[in-house]
Design a protein around this ligand. Structure first.
Ligand SMILES: C[S@@+](CC[C@H](N)C(=O)[O-])C[C@H]1O[C@@H](n2cnc3c(N)ncnc32)[C@H](O)[C@@H]1O
Length: 278
């Protein structure tokens, strides 16, 4: 039985198994899908990360939810899948290879967590996660607004650029600089520390600012966004702040309650587009 817990502002949260809930949703309705799935035996104390007998089982399960989600993506939509480094890294490569046979490869984003996590002694300290971006087909032309996530230049950089003698029209140059620069596909957003005000107690909670950059660039106000692995509700909070319609699915009741509490309490957006900060 699917339990629709929270339905306000067109934010819908279902407490259930996404494999089942995804089948109940209407087709080709979602402008974007953000999926941050279980990693496979990285968080050993979490049941949700240890539900499979083998790596092969995990890949079969992964293919199933990717296929079921793909059916829901609009023709000009984008599908973002998080991949965690560390113990799961080779499996993640298999996930990417399999997913790009279901949908068309569009991009691979790097989430630079800024501070590494000291998990490896036989290599460099891991410091990034990946986000595989897929579109519907080779021919599909996805909606993407680069201007929505321009990053401000700092004052010193602006001063240096304005000193450049090659620019004759300083006003035009200043206006150009105030617009900020395009964000690259390396998203530099610090991961949440234990002491962060944003932290609500989920072991793999993503920063609001990171999810905001995805939502702002790949959807417009009023568009529908899907997150099949809601966790603490980060995508729901972002969609509420940015006036997107939202459907989230989460198997654990405790996390559904966590997400509902965040929706009641969360402060406003954290990403400040250059157009606003300038
Ligand atoms: C990596 S976490 C997502 C964290 C989330 N992005 C956040 O910012 O809090 C994955 C979540 O998927 C949930 N989950 C695992 N299997 C599921 C399933 N079959 N259907 C729905 N949710 C599931 C887990 O309980 C966990 O909360």
């Amino acid at each position: 039985m699917i339990n629709e817990h929270h339905k306000a502002n067109q934010i819908t949260i279902s407490n259930g198994d996404c494999q089942k809930v995804l089948e109940t949703l209407s087709t080709e309705d979602f402008q974007m899908i953000i999926a941050d799935p279980p990693y496979f035996q990285v968080l050993l104390e979490e049941n949700w990360d240890n539900q499979w007998k083998s790596e092969e089982d995990y890949l079969v399960w992964t293919e199933d939810w990717i296929r079921k989600s793909s059916r829901l993506l609009k023709d000009d939509g984008l599908f973002f899948i998080f991949g965690q480094l560390g113990k799961r890294e080779h499996l993640w490569l298999h996930v990417c290879s399999m997913a790009t046979r279901i949908l068309q490869f569009h991009d691979m984003l790097i989430w630079d967590r800024i501070v590494g996590y000291n998990e490896r002694y036989d290599s460099f300290t891991p410091c990034y996660e990946m986000i595989l971006v897929l579109r519907k087909s080779k021919e599909a032309r996805p909606y993407f607004d680069k201007d929505a996530v321009r990053i401000s230049y700092d004052d010193e950089t602006k001063r240096q650029y304005l000193k450049d003698k090659r620019y004759k029209n300083l006003d035009a140059r200043r206006t150009h600089l105030e617009k900020g620069k395009y964000a690259t596909n390396i998203l530099r957003v610090p991961s949440l520390k234990g002491s962060s005000k944003e932290k609500v107690g989920h072991p793999s909670q993503k920063p609001i600012k990171l999810i905001e950059m995805l939502v702002l660039s790949a959807s417009r106000e009023g568009d529908k966004v899907l997150d099949p692995f809601l966790g603490s509700g980060t995508t729901a909070v972002v969609c509420q702040n940015l006036n997107r319609q939202f459907v989230g699915i989460e198997i654990e009741k405790g996390y559904v309650e966590m997400a509902e509490n965040r929706l009641k309490n969360e402060p406003l957006s954290l990403f400040t587009p250059a157009s606003i900060s300038a």
